[in-house]
Design a protein around this ligand. Structure first.
Ligand code: ATP
Length: 273
């Protein structure tokens, strides 16, 4: 037996916005049922990667110039974005994009577009997201714009789940959230995954992402520069220094000894974002 096809396989993907090359030969895989993280700083190409997978890049003036994307062995290349959703891949874009003037329940309904539409499937999807996010049931009739930032992020995730995806693409779900709310979102991602949905998580918050993921990739200026099991990356000096904000302990100790002071391990607090 050759095993099941991965939830996502990206091979040699290059993308550009006009003359600006944003991704170069990116290859990565999300095994079925896994959480995989992509780390990288501002402008590394993380959002571009998700847009290329969800086939929404052209709405941002970009285009895929090389490479292939498959989900469950099925090519996504050339599909319209709604067909990508129908194929089981839903994206939660960066910045909690909800329809502010629509009610919470209408936002959820919008997530069905391109996905399953029959009544029993819809009711099951609504029930699932209400169980994951009870606040969305309580606030069903309110306009989405009245929700807090964290609740809007929950709604954005819930809307993507309405199509019952096999793979969820999450673009910086912790961005701009207080640490407690970011931790709640992380718990929910874990729960969504435990229910059988694979996740590709794009994050600047490396500490959070590496806790959730089994495998991670580091993207720098459009290229994958590091990849491996999440615990290996979390232990690597380069990731610790560049993405976890942990200073090189030996160098810090040497420098401190030279100055006659005790070394302090600088740990970047998630709330500093
Ligand atoms: P951030 O964490 O800041 O959102 P990112 O890793 O998601 O960054 P991208 O937004 O994918 O990075 O950007 C990758 C590169 O493409 C950057 O050089 C950026 O300036 C450029 N870029 C992104 N969107 C566009 C666009 N709509 N038009 C032109 N260039 C763009």
């Amino acid at each position: 037996m050759g095993g099941t096809a991965p939830a996502l396989a990206v091979a040699g993907l290059s993308a550009a916005y006009g003359p600006v090359r944003a991704l170069r030969q990116v290859s990565l895989e999300v095994p079925e049922g896994a959480v995989v993280a992509v780390l990288g700083g501002n402008g590394a190409g993380k959002s571009t990667l998700l847009r290329a997978i969800s086939r929404t890049l052209r709405f941002h003036g970009g285009a895929v110039v090389a490479g292939t994307v498959t989900s469950g062995g099925r090519p996504l290349d050339g599909l319209a974005p709604d067909r990508v959703v129908a194929a089981g891949v839903s994206q939660v874009p960066e910045g909690r994009q909800v329809f502010a003037r629509m009610t919470v329940e209408d936002n959820l309904r919008a997530g069905l577009l391109g996905g399953r539409r029959d009544r029993s499937a819809r009711n099951a999807a609504v029930q699932r997201v209400h169980e994951l996010f009870p606040v969305l049931a309580e606030r069903a009739r309110q306009r989405a714009g009245l929700l807090s930032g964290g609740e809007q992020q929950m709604l954005a995730v819930a809307r993507a789940l309405m199509a019952a995806p096999k793979l969820l693409l999450l673009d910086e779900p912790s961005l701009g959230l207080a640490p407690l709310m970011a931790a709640r979102i992380a718990d929910t991602i874990r729960e969504i995954n435990a229910q059988g949905t694979a996740v590709l998580l794009v994050e600047q918050n490396a500490a959070l992402a590496l806790r959730l993921a089994s495998r991670a990739y580091v993207l720098e200026v459009g290229e994958v520069t590091l990849a491996g099991p999440a615990e290996d990356l979390a232990a690597s000096d380069e990731v610790r220094r560049r993405y976890l904000g942990v200073v090189d302990e030996t160098a810090a100790a040497d420098a401190a000894a030279a100055r006659g002071v005790r070394p302090v391990l600088a740990c970047w607090e998630e709330s500093a974002r």
